[in-house]
Write a protein that binds this ligand. Structure first.
Ligand SMILES: [Zn+2]
Length: 300
């Protein structure tokens, strides 16, 4: 069932943001509380409850939560997130459902943001979408026929951990060599860029310098777009999506990034329709976590 008025809760490592969201994606009375991730688990769970208490009204019909992974969206259990070190196998959806007598589901950030872009944002009306969050890491969400694709264990869509260079000496945080996250994330871009120019220490600075014609910054951006195009081309070969939506801090580089990806991705796939697969910036910047969490309870 699609819920009309949902409390969306976005649990992060440092803060919890929550608000009531209606079917038009209006965010009402947002609240922000510290997560207290360093304190015992009960303290941060109380902060989750406190944020819900502040948003709940009599006509609220569901509670959607997005939380740091790994988690199982099918069971609503948060497993062992690195940035919530006190959380171990927490049955969050069950706890919230019992406390408030309302349906609740828990989803990871990138899946939720992808669904929000489909319901409310850049991919509105699209059935099958690859959502990418390009920031310090690389996350992905796959929406197939209007629904989040979860896989057998709820562990699907780890697009950032697709290997693009199996012989790479760069070992990803996941332990595998040559994941696209290890080679083309904002962190990886900056790590390569500072070897050429110490001032190019963030993706934002690389983007600015590239826009003003800086040769080193442009070389880094070229390389990064080659890697991302190879990866996105593979994703298009696999999924043949209606659209690719890219959000996250690195996407704010804008045209210098998107124009290159649009030009190169179609050359890196067998999909003969790929030149007509739009690659667009995410539309939902502010409150994307809250909207994503709410979207999970509005999925058709
Ligand atoms: Zn990896």
């Amino acid at each position: 069932m699609t819920h009309r008025l949902v409390v969306g809760v976005d649990i992060g490592g440092t803060k919890i943001a929550a608000a009531r969201v209606d079917g038009q994606a209006r965010v009402n009375a947002p609240v922000t509380l510290p997560t207290l991730a360093g304190q015992p688990f009960e303290a941060s769970l109380d902060q989750v409850y406190r944020s819900i208490d502040r948003c709940l009204t009599a006509d609220t019909s569901a509670i959607g939560i997005c939380a740091p992974g790994p988690l199982n969206p099918r069971t609503g259990v948060v497993l062992n997130p690195p940035n919530l070190p006190q959380w171990r196998n927490v049955p969050l959806a069950k706890l919230v459902t019992e406390r408030y007598s309302l349906p609740c589901r828990v989803e990871n950030d990138a899946n939720a943001a992808g669904l929000a872009e489909v319901l409310f944002g850049a991919a509105r009306g699209m059935a099958s979408v690859l959502y990418v969050t390009l920031s310090t890491g690389i996350g992905a969400g796959i929406i197939l026929d209007g629904r989040i694709y979860h896989g057998k264990n709820g562990a699907a869509a780890e697009g950032g951990h697709v290997t693009i260079d199996w012989r790479s000496e760069r070992i990803c945080n996941c332990g595998t060599p040559g994941c696209v996250e290890a080679l083309a994330s904002g962190t990886a871009m900056a790590a390569r860029a500072v070897l050429r120019d110490p001032a190019l220490d963030t993706a934002e600075r690389i983007g600015q310098a590239a826009a003003s014609g800086d040769a080193a910054a442009n070389a880094i951006l070229e390389e990064t777009c080659d890697m991302l195009s190879a990866w996105l081309g593979s994703m298009v070969s696999l999924l043949d999506p209606d659209m690719i939506v890219i959000g996250g801090g690195v996407a704010r580089i804008g045209d210098p990034l998107f124009l290159r990806l649009r030009e190169r991705m179609p050359k890196r796939t067998i999909n003969q329709f790929a030149a007509h697969t739009p690659i667009v910036p995410a539309l939902l910047a502010e409150h994307v976590g809250i909207l994503g969490a709410a979207a999970v309870m509005m999925e058709p």
